[in-house]
Ligand binder design. Sequence first.
Ligand code: BJW
Ligand code: ZN
Length: 260
Amino acid sequence: MKDPLAPDILQELRKAHRVVVFTGAGVSAESGIATFRDALTGLWTHFRAEDLATLEGFQRDPELVWGWYEARRAQVLRAQPNPAHHAIAELASRLPRVTVVTQNVDDLHERAGSAGVLHLHGSLHTPRCARCGAPHPLPEATPEPGGEGRLAPPRCGLCGGLVRPGVVWFGEMLPERELVAAQKAALGADFLLCVGTSGVVWPAAGIPGIARDAGATVVQVNADASDLDRLCHFNLRGPAGEVLPALLSAAFPGAMGKAR
Ligand code: BJW
Ligand code: ZN
């Protein structure tokens, strides 16, 4: 554990030219979006990933899966970016090149002002046909799920197939463009900031290691211990919405004027 204001972290951050910010569910936790593996509140503590986050689960019970994802999309639409998202967006205005790589399926980084975010696990906002792959734009308003949160998925206008959430489920390949771009950014990074991820889901979990092996300084911000603790040069323990603004304003006096 290191003090976020430790001079060595600040110096490394100030002199960085190519920064990667690698985020997971913890960055959105203070916006009221549940994480996956936190002991009491994590989604996988209450729901079975095999039923809800696999293609087989969707094929078995499309109404259960579509209803669950639409409820989560509705929650994200009501949520607001928190100071962690704002600090990450502001970092891009302080340093030459900042690439945000997220495992999250929400759009809170974009709504905080981050551009060119690489979404390794897709998005709740880009559903597509499960049969032909055609995108299927949805209205902003989400229909009310019926009993037990079930909801019939829409049908594709082109082929009549069922529309599925635009996220990456277990056993599915990550989007190639995003994964390659993220790995390339990690290879070229001199500083990688890892925020709010347990680091257990692959291949995304390999991103910090790629940066570290290529010589980058790797700093983790996490409320708890994670699988990435040993890999990181510095571990900052605490809520991202507090630690990141503190880190930013210590590194760049005057930063976070509005958001803190
Ligand atoms: C805070 C905080 C605060 C809280 N401030 N911090 C065995 C070994 C290795 C790999 C495998 C294996 N068996 C199977 C695999 C592959 C599998 C995998 O990795 N499984 C592991 C779980 C074992 N991976 C895949 O299947 C991937 N595809 C793939 O490998 O393709 C190739 C292939 C194809 C076919 C056959 C074989 C290989 C796809 C992975 C897709 C993951 N999808 C999900 C769901 C997305 C849709 C949805 O949203 O429903 O992605 S799972 C879920 O986990 C989601 C997340 O993006 C992902 C990562 O979770 P994340 O973000 O780290 O959240 P948490 O909850 O785990 O952690 C939160 C952290 O925040 C914690 O550390 C807290 O402490 C912290 N925190 N509050 C700061 N306020
Ligand atoms: Zn179709």
